[in-house]
Design a protein around this ligand. Structure first.
Ligand code: NAD
Ligand code: WQD
Length: 338
């Protein structure tokens, strides 16, 4: 298949390109590089041994995107493009609603106009808000207790795509609810490259390990969890990327959500210990106040994706920490130019 990949220069998109080419697919990437660097695509090209067409554009720019549809024939689109920083979304709600929703509307309008009827969308565990039950399943309640505009955009876009599928019975929307993506490609040449202070735990921990940051701030140790710190379902980004290839192989008309998760929860302290082992370093940390909006624990059953997509997460959290550390130590300043 030839796949339009929006946001393909980003963390998850770049890893998914590698798996797309490994599975025999080809891709055209569009990205405005607002949170990424074209260097990631150059490195992906080195890994896959092919040139990947790239157009720098804003997905919400219908005219620019229409030209890409006019030039290429697509079998499906994978829509990664979006802003994703939870805290920033609280400070800049309009920017998040505008960017994430407008880009989705423009993409889906052009897909329908060009008879491209298969969409894989990057949704998020955040749609479950404050989990009503654990492990979460696709039947679990969504939309209650979402504490930030970023999460609301994912919830709203899921609904928009369901409505599009009702109105267009030929259209297929696969809503992949990612849990906590971590790790990097085993080559150490592509990985997560957060600009500024990392928002997410693992890049923060690896930056402490390499000496760029002093100590990990553990956001609370008085939760009702194994050691009092927050528990999450960390999934290796290569497993996550492969989930998209599995989804492309099982596109059915209608909207269907899948949890891309491991089923296992890991605490903040357990994750720090795993990086200490991977990096053979002592990682200093201090316990600070809880972060507003955080839940105690969040992990999911991947059973539906196991049975319907024939997909499962194979890589361990220890492997993810080894791969993250390889990426961080080989690229202390990430891609350097964004
Ligand atoms: P990322 O920021 O690394 O990648 C997103 C890419 O989209 C970036 O390259 C950015 O430049 C691009 N982009 C943003 N808005 C755009 C626009 N309007 N037009 C064109 N390009 C645009 O993020 P990621 O971690 O790779 O996440 C990919 C997707 O997965 C996002 O939609 C994100 O919300 C979702 N997601 C991420 C996580 C996570 O923890 N990383 C978890 C759940 C869901
Ligand atoms: C993980 C755990 C923190 C940083 C976020 C988004 C979610 C999804 C993934 C996109 C929590 C603790 C963290 C630190 C810490 N993104 N922590 N010190 O909050 O589960 O999910 O990213 O969809 O929508 O909300 O991930 O990596 O920020 O936090 O103690 O410096 O680590 O409290 O328990 P989170 P995270």
């Amino acid at each position: 298949m030839n796949i339009l990949v929006t946001g393909g220069a980003g963390y998850i998109g770049s890893h998914t390109l590698v798996e797309l080419y490994a599975a025999g697919h080809t891709a055209v990437v569009v990205d405005n590089l607002s949170n990424s660097s074209q260097e990631s695509l150059r490195r992906v090209e080195t890994i896959v041994g092919a040139n990947i067409p790239f157009v720098q554009l804003d997905v919400a720019d219908r005219t620019a995107l229409a030209a890409v549809f006019a030039e290429h024939k697509f079998d499906a689109a994978i829509h990664f493009a979006g802003l994703k920083a939870v805290g920033e979304s609280v400070a800049k709600p309009l920017a998040y609603y505008r960017n994430n929703i407008d880009s989705t509307l423009a993409l889906v309008e052009l897909m329908l106009e060009n008879s491209v009827n298969n969409l894989v969308f990057s949704s998020s565990a955040t749609v479950y808000g404050d989990p009503a039950e654990l492990p979460l399943t696709e039947q679990s309640r969504v939309g209650v207790g979402i504490t930030n505009p970023y999460g609301q955009t994912k919830f709203m876009i899921e609904q928009i795509l369901r409505d599009v599928c009702v109105a267009n019975p030929q259209f297929s929307a696969t809503l992949l609810r990612y849990f906590n993506p971590v790790g990097a490609h085993p080559s150490g040449t592509i990985g997560e490259d957060p600009g500024g202070l990392p928002n997410n735990l693992l890049p923060y921990v690896t930056q402490v390990a390499i000496g760029k940051l002093d100590s990990v701030k553990v956001f609370g140790n008085d939760y009702d969890t194994v050691d009092g710190t927050g528990v999450r379902d960390y999934i290796h980004v290569v497993d996550l990327a492969r989930g998209h290839i599995a989804a492309l192989g099982h596109m059915q008309p209608g909207a269907q959500a899948y949890n891309l998760a491991t089923g296992t929860g890991t605490s903040v302290l357990e994750l720090i210990a795993a990086v200490e082992q991977a990096a053979s370093k002592n990682i200093p940390y201090e316990v600070v106040a809880r972060r507003p909006g955080d839940v105690a624990a969040c992990y999911a059953s991947p059973a539906l994706a196991n049975t319907e997509l024939s997909w499962r997460a194979d890589l361990t959290i220890q492997q993810a920490c080894v791969d993250s550390w390889r990426w961080q130590s080989q690229n202390p300043h990430g891609y350097e130019n964004h």
